[in-house]
Design a protein around this ligand. Structure first.
Ligand SMILES: CCCCCCC/C=C/C(=O)SCCNC(=O)CCNC(=O)[C@H](O)C(C)(C)COP(=O)(O)OP(=O)(O)OC[C@H]1O[C@@H](n2cnc3c(N)ncnc32)[C@H](O)[C@@H]1OP(=O)(O)O
Ligand SMILES: NC(=O)C1=CN([C@@H]2O[C@H](COP(=O)(O)OP(=O)(O)OC[C@H]3O[C@@H](n4cnc5c(N)ncnc54)[C@H](OP(=O)(O)O)[C@@H]3O)[C@@H](O)[C@H]2O)C=CC1
Length: 293
């Protein structure tokens, strides 16, 4: 990769993220509360720290308490208000407890970035039913439980007139084939479809619902991909580099902030042009598709 794993790791440290340049003004989210799932690492951590830098009170969730605690400790040491709520988004009762904790702590919620997710690379023809179900449960059902609970929260606790609530679902690019991850493409296409429909149903509640579709992004999440796939990842887009967690975070902020106030039901693709050109073999390139020489 033109961005090496070491460079990606350096860009993704909390220190580097906190110091990274941003176009946004520091009080953009003053008085507002944001929830970021999967906030203990990668894109979720970058988004949570950016919300915090811009004045939001932030709740982060994920399954691993240690990862969340490290982010919270870092942010609090810099004056931010942040809480960690260990949560498996696949479990509706844990999602319920998460929203109760936010309500008890701040009595308000403005923005949800529904970023938690994951999959594993394998040729689709070999997926075990349990593996397909795990990915669908994580990325379709888990994301849905979070969206639905957020909407219920805003139905019970409407924001002041003129202030919209925002849900941003982090998905994948679904317009093109993505060999090796058909299960996640299916799950995320479901979330995109649901988002377009509830963007209409929930507009009367003042809720905007959008998606961000990252292209290949250098995070610790890429460690599950085989080395031959990772070597080819620069071929995934015409810019011939992976995106950074900060580049995806800034897109999530754009849709969450007042900059997104007339945008709902949309998918913002941040992929360096990858859906227009490039090759992505997440489980390695099969013999049939090997290039001559
Ligand atoms: C446009 C460009 C897009 C680029 C896309 C490609 C790049 C994308 C990158 C990312 O999204 S990285 C960020 C996300 N991080 C991850 O994906 C890593 C985490 N992944 C996981 O945690 C798992 O994949 C999971 C399935 C989501 C975890 O669920 P769970 O804990 O319930 O699963 P397991 O108990 O581990 O496994 C259940 C079941 O799943 C099958 N399975 C799991 N891993 C594999 C594997 N590596 N190979 C084949 N099959 C797998 C298997 O059936 C498991 O059952 P058992 O065999 O264990 O009984
Ligand atoms: N990096 C990339 O190239 C791309 C990433 N994406 C998507 O972006 C999102 C962030 O990925 P990225 O930052 O790269 O990778 P990470 O693996 O760093 O982030 C995924 C986060 O989600 C959390 N998570 C996973 N499953 C659950 C669950 N069931 N409940 C709660 N939290 C969960 C993980 O924490 P824990 O394991 O502790 O629960 C982790 O913090 C994911 O949805 C990913 O699929 C989409 C396209 C490309």
């Amino acid at each position: 990769m033109s961005t090496t794993p070491e460079q990606a790791e350096q860009q993704n440290t909390p220190e580097a993220l906190w110091a990274a340049e941003t176009v946004y003004r520091p009080d953009l989210f003053a008085g507002k509360v944001a929830l970021v799932s999967g906030g203990g690492s990668g894109i979720g951590r970058a988004t949570a720290l950016l919300f915090a830098r811009l004045g939001a009170k932030v709740a982060i969730c994920g399954r691993t308490a240690e990862k969340l605690d490290a982010v919270v400790e870092f942010a609090r040491a810099r004056g931010a208000e942040m809480i960690a709520v260990p949560t498996n988004v696949r479990e509706p009762e844990q999602v319920e407890a998460l929203f109760a904790r936010i309500d008890d702590t701040w009595g308000r919620l403005d923005c949800v970035v529904n970023n938690a997710g994951g999959q594993y690379p394998q040729q689709a023809i070999d997926y075990a039913p349990k593996g397909w179900a795990a990915v669908i449960n994580n990325n379709l059902n888990g994301s849905w439980y979070m969206m639905q609970r957020a909407a219920q929260y805003w139905r019970e606790h409407p924001l002041p007139t003129g202030v919209s609530a925002s849900i941003v679902n982090v998905v994948v690019v679904t317009e093109r084939g993505m060999p090796g991850v058909a299960h996640t493409v299916a799950a995320r296409a479901g979330i995109i479809g649901a988002s377009r429909t509830v963007a209409v149903e929930w507009a009367p509640l003042g809720i905007r619902v959008n998606c961000v579709a990252p292209g290949l992004t250098a995070t610790e999440g890429l460690s599950v991909y085989p080395p031959e796939a990772v070597r080819e990842f620069p071929l995934a887009n015409p810019m011939k580099r992976p995106g950074t967690a900060m580049e995806i975070a800034e897109g999530c902020i754009y849709l969450s902030a007042s900059s997104g106030r007339f945008i709902t039901g949309e998918v913002l693709t941040i992929d360096g042009g990858g859906k227009l050109w490039g090759e992505l073999w997440t489980a390695g390139r099969p013999e049939y598709y090997k290039l001559p020489g």
